[in-house]
Design a protein around this ligand. Structure first.
Ligand code: B4P
Length: 192
C-alpha cells in the first residue's frame, strides 16, 4: 500500500514519471491536469470552466479542483493506494487533502519532489508544444506557470518537508535515469 504525491514544476516530468511509478508499484496514478484535459475535450461544464484558467496558465479555483479530487479519491480503485500528480498545488489544497485523508483515517507515505531549473523546463515544454500543440505550452504561459509554481507550490513542498515525508529527486537527465532515481528514492523513503 502506497499513498504518495508527485510534485514538481511544469515540465519536470511528473506525468511522465507518474505513469512509470504506477506500472511498477501497481498504484493508480491520478493527474488533476489529465482529468481537466479530459473534461475540456468532452466539453463538460467542468471542462468549459477549467479551460479559461488552463489556457492562461492559472490555477483552476480550489472550489472546483478540491471537489473533483474528493470525488476521485472516493472511487474504489484507490483502495490499494494512489499517486496524486499535480495536487496539491496551493497550501489551501494541502489543508483540504489533509481533511479528506483524515476522514478515511489515512496518511501519506511519501511526497516526491522532482527538481529542474527553469530554463531546462522552458526548453522541454516548448519541445512538447511542437509535438502535441497543448494550448498552455507557449512561452509566455509557460513562464507564468513557472512563476506560480515558485510563488505558491514551493510553500506546499515546504509543508511536507516540515512533516518529514519529503523526498527530492533530480529531474535532469534521461527519462529512464530519472525513473531509476525515483524508484530508489521511494524505496528508501518507505524503509524509514
Ligand atoms: P498539469 O497537467 O499538471 O501540467 P504540467 O505542470 O505542465 O505537468 P505535466 O505533467 O503535463 O508535465 P510533465 O512535468 O510530465 O497541469 C496543467 C494545468 O491544469 C495547470 O496549469 C492548471 O491550470 C491546471 N491544474 C492542474 N492541477 C491543478 C491543481 N491542483 N490546482 C489548480 N489547477 C490545476 O512534463 C512533461 C514534458 O517534459 C514532456 O514533454 C516530457 O516528454 C518531458 N520530459 C519529462 N521528463 C523528461 C526528461 N527527463 N528529459 C527530457 N524531457 C522530459
Amino acid at each position: 500500500m502506497t499513498r504518495m504525491l508527485i510534485i514538481g514544476p511544469p515540465g519536470s516530468g511528473k506525468g511522465t514519471q507518474a505513469e512509470r511509478i504506477s506500472e511498477r508499484l501497481g498504484v493508480v496514478a491520478i493527474s488533476t491536469g489529465d482529468i481537466f484535459r479530459a473534461n475540456v475535450k468532452g466539453e463538460t461544464p467542468l471542462g468549459i470552466e477549467a479551460k479559461k484558467y488552463m489556457d492562461a496558465g492559472d490555477f483552476v479555483p480550489d472550489s472546483v479542483t478540491n471537489n473533483m479530487v474528493r470525488d476521485r479519491l472516493g472511487q474504489s480503485d484507490v483502495e490499494n493506494g494512489f499517486l496524486l500528480d499535480g495536487y496539491p498545488r496551493t497550501t489551501a489544497q494541502v489543508d483540504y487533502l489533509d481533511q479528506i485523508l483524515a476522514e478515511g483515517e489515512q496518511e501519506l507515505d511519501v511526497v516526491l519532489q522532482l527538481t529542474a531549473d527553469d530554463e531546462e523546463l522552458v526548453t522541454r515544454l516548448l519541445g512538447r508544444a511542437k509535438e502535441t500543440g497543448r494550448s498552455d505550452d507557449n512561452e509566455a504561459v509557460i513562464r507564468h506557470r513557472l512563476d506560480l509554481y515558485h510563488e505558491q507550490t514551493e510553500a506546499v513542498v515546504a509543508k511536507y518537508a516540515e512533516r518529514g515525508i519529503l523526498t527530492q529527486v533530480d529531474g535532469i537527465g534521461g527519462i529512464d535515469e530519472v525513473t531509476d532515481r525515483v524508484l530508489t528514492a521511494i524505496e528508501s523513503a518507505k524503509a524509514v
